[in-house]
Design a protein around this ligand. Structure first.
Ligand code: MOS
Length: 715
């Protein structure tokens, strides 16, 4: 991010991305592009069975193939100091024992002097297995679900009050498993600089977290691990943890005494690095005849692996989205012979709102009340779960803005009443919400003699525009042009920052940048003494005082406000869909997303963030589904040809609107997250619009044409 790459702010849209030019011209280097001296290449061989153990590995041919430096498996893997200390339920310990826990479990790694030679040799490794019977189907085994922890259940009032209400809905909803599939594949370049010193160039959402995890696994001091991750080509939660391929590359580099590069294939991305868990949900919801909610009962069962208890809590959203005296939520998990799921954009409420906001829509038709009116009737002015006031909630503004933008007044309550060019036209709405947290963050701000400001913190920028946000905050606070600012990130040697996850970064790091810049300004004022200009010429002041630079480091974190307020960001998604009455094909006609996420710091990147999340939500609604053939326990559509992520042709005009009211109860910037709320609720909005268009309610995503045609859309 040098001066030449910066774009000027525009008064209407805000700054362009500080790293945009580097990215589109290919100058931004991603993990797999660091071709360090002496580099070698690792290729994984993964299990072709789903459950059992390795009987034998014949690697002779591979070892003798040209350019091969090592073939590593549990048979010859060096001792990994951190492994024995891991708890019983923990991420896969690669090359640790002969156990096969899922289809695609890494078994061996071939390292060679070129990628092609490694790939060829990997094809020569022969593995024999003792196969055991596997179970991979959630739907067939719901009875085996268990509570993952003590607060998996929540009760307010009477859990079954909904069932005695005059008007009620009771339905089941299925969210299939989805994969993150960012454009950049998971990749790492690992190098040992000494017996107890590691450097990695890695795809990660948190360099500090990756640093401490690598140190723990390999039993070396944290400061001896150096993690570089300056550019990340998307992650969506998929790079919040150290995965087994990262450990494999580091092991490999130790064995061959040379740096190792390991990049997953697109197929690996479907099995080895987490996914949104397939989840069954059941909702019972009851209301009075005039639409006041009496009770909600929301139960969820999500799949997990046999080796980790991953639970994302999809039912929790029913505790707090609406004002309702009686509520019961339960989040259970079911262990299957599959790889572990993990956090994926909007974890919990993305799945939970599909059920709750679909059920609310079903209720609105039973009551014959406009879906927005039903939501406003049950609007929570204070947090129904904690009883605390919200730090900021302007959801009513969001409903109003969105309804105007989509033309909600044209909607017909009766399904199937509208057509456009021979297609059925329907309107849908759904709300979204996600907790607004603020994590500890440290920022260093350095003013150099030439008037350049350097702002430093160890955050990653996986795509939302964190760098742009930070430079924007610094420019505004210091009163200097963006061209004079350099933001350093994505390096574990920098001051502490949280992982880029959970929509926390603008609130956490943005606030820390703001506070550091204010502290730096104060330091300048102390130098100048009384009567200094409000916006001094920083370079001039440094020159006058004969100083090469002036710097501050500021630690920041949430305070007492977390006990006082319930803190959330909010969104509303409005869509119109077109459904072909002959084929059941669903096309989005128009999309409007409204975010109530406090003050908008960087309008241009905020808009992109909302549009990206909306598109991901449309994929969730209409096309995305990981399919396992349970006879083999294998993912059958592990490619972009068979797993359909929306492309430009699938996406109409998307309006991204912002309430843009600061929430100063949460941090001094007044800004809250929007990464998750961009997606959360979108799937229900689409499903609700499909119902409005056709009178057909699809409760199992994705809404593929077969689900509409089978149910007799054809007129
Ligand atoms: Mo995320 S699931 O906030 O990376």
């Amino acid at each position: 991010m040098n001066d030449k790459t910066l774009n000027k702010p525009s008064s209407t849209t805000g700054m362009s991305r500080v790293d945009g030019r580097l990215k589109v011209t290919g100058q931004a280097k991603y993990a797999a592009e660091f071709n360090v001296k002496g580099l070698t290449y690792g290729v994984l061989v993964c299990s072709t069975i789903t459950k059992g153990s390795i009987r034998s590995i014949d690697s002779k041919q591979a070892e003798n193939a040209p350019g091969v430096l090592a073939v590593i498996s549990h048979l010859n893997c060096p001792k990994i100091l951190g492994y024995p200390a891991e708890p019983a339920k923990a991420p896969i310990k690669i090359f640790y024992d002969d156990k096969i826990l899922y289809n695609g479990h890494p078994v061996t790694m071939v390292i060679a002097d070129t990628f092609e030679r490694a790939q060829h040799a990997a094809s020569l490794v022969k593995v024999d297995y003792n196969e055991e019977k596997h179970i991979t189907s959630l739907k067939d085994n719901l009875n085996g679900a268990v509570a993952p922890h003590d607060d998996a259940e929540y009760k307010r009032g009477d859990p079954n009050a909904w069932a005695t209400a005059p008007v009620k809905v009771e339905q089941e909803y299925i969210q299939p498993s989805e994969v993150h599939n960012p454009m950049e594949l998971h990749a790492i370049v690992a190098r040992w600089d000494a017996d107890d010193k590691i450097t990695v160039w890695d795809k990660t959402q948190g360099v500090k977290d990756t640093q401490s995890n690598i140190a723990r696994i390999f039993g070396i001091p944290v400061e001896n691990v150096q993690v570089h991750s300056k550019f990340v080509g998307g992650a969506f939660g998929g790079a919040l943890q150290v995965w087994q391929h990262e450990v494999a590359a580091i092991i490999g580099a130790k064995v061959v005494k040379r740096p190792v590069k390991l990049m997953l294939t697109r197929a690996d991305m479907f099995t080895s690095v987490g996914y949104r868990p397939l989840t069954w949900q059941k909702i019972g919801i009851g209301a009075t005849t005039d639409g006041k909610l009496v009770g909600i009962n929301h139960q969820a069962i999500g799949q997990t692996s046999t080796y980790e208890d991953f639970a994302e809590g999809p039912a929790d959203v029913s505790r707090q989205l609406y004002d309702c005296p009686n509520a019961y939520t339960s989040n259970k998990i079911l262990s299957l012979d599959v790889g572990s799921p993990t956090w994926m954009r909007g974890p919990g409420p993305a799945t939970g709102t599909f059920a709750l906001e679909s059920a609310m829509d079903e209720l609105s038709y039973l009551l014959n009340i406009d879906p927005i009116e039903l939501r406003l009737k049950n609007y929570a002015e204070t947090d129904p779960e904690s009883g605390k006031p919200f730090s900021g909630k302007n959801l009513k503004d969001a409903y109003k803005m969105g309804a105007e933008s989509i033309g909600w007044h044209n909607r017909q309550q009766k399904p199937g009443a509208l057509t456009k060019d021979g297609w059925l036209l329907g309107y849908g709405v759904s709300g979204g919400t996600f907790g607004a947290d603020r994590e500890p963050a440290t920022v260093k701000a350095i003013m150099l003699a030439d008037g350049t400001l350097i702002v430093q913190t160890a955050v990653s920028d996986i795509g939302p525009g964190t760098g742009t946000m930070a430079v924007s905050v610094a420019a505004e606070t210091m009163g200097i042009p963006v061209e004079k600012i350099r933001f350093d990130l994505g390096d574990s040697a920098l001051p502490n920052a949280p992982q880029q996850g959970g929509s926390t970064i603008t609130s956490s790091v943005g606030s820390a940048v703001y506070m550091a810049c204010n502290a730096l300004k104060e330091k300048f004022q102390q130098l100048i003494g009384n009567g200094g200009a409000d916006k001094p010429d920083y370079a001039q002041v440094l020159k006058q005082h004969n100083l090469p630079k002036l710097e501050v480091s500021v630690d920041s974190k949430a305070g007492a406000e977390v006990d006082k307020y319930a803190m959330y960001s909010w969104s509303v998604h409005f869509v119109t869909v077109l459904v072909n009455p002959l084929t059941g094909v669903v096309k989005l006609d128009k999309v409007t997303c409204v975010a109530d996420s406090g003050r908008i710091i960087s309008p241009k990147t905020a808009r992109s963030q909302i549009i990206g999340g909306a598109i991901m939500g449309i994929g969730m609604a209409l096309t995305e589904e990981t399919v396992i053939d349970h006879r083999y326990g294998k993912v059958m559509n592990a490619s972009f040809a068979d797993y359909h992520v929306p492309v430009n042709a699938d996406i109409p005009q998307i309006e991204a609107l912002f309430v843009n009211k600061p929430d100063y109860n949460i941090n001094p910037l007044g800004a809250k997250g929007m990464g998750e709320i961009a997606l959360i609720g979108m799937a229900a909005a689409v499903a609700n619009a499909v119902y409005n268009a056709t009178g057909k309610r699809v409760r199992e995503l994705p809404i593929t044409p077969d689900k509409l045609v089978d149910w007799g859309v054809v007129s």
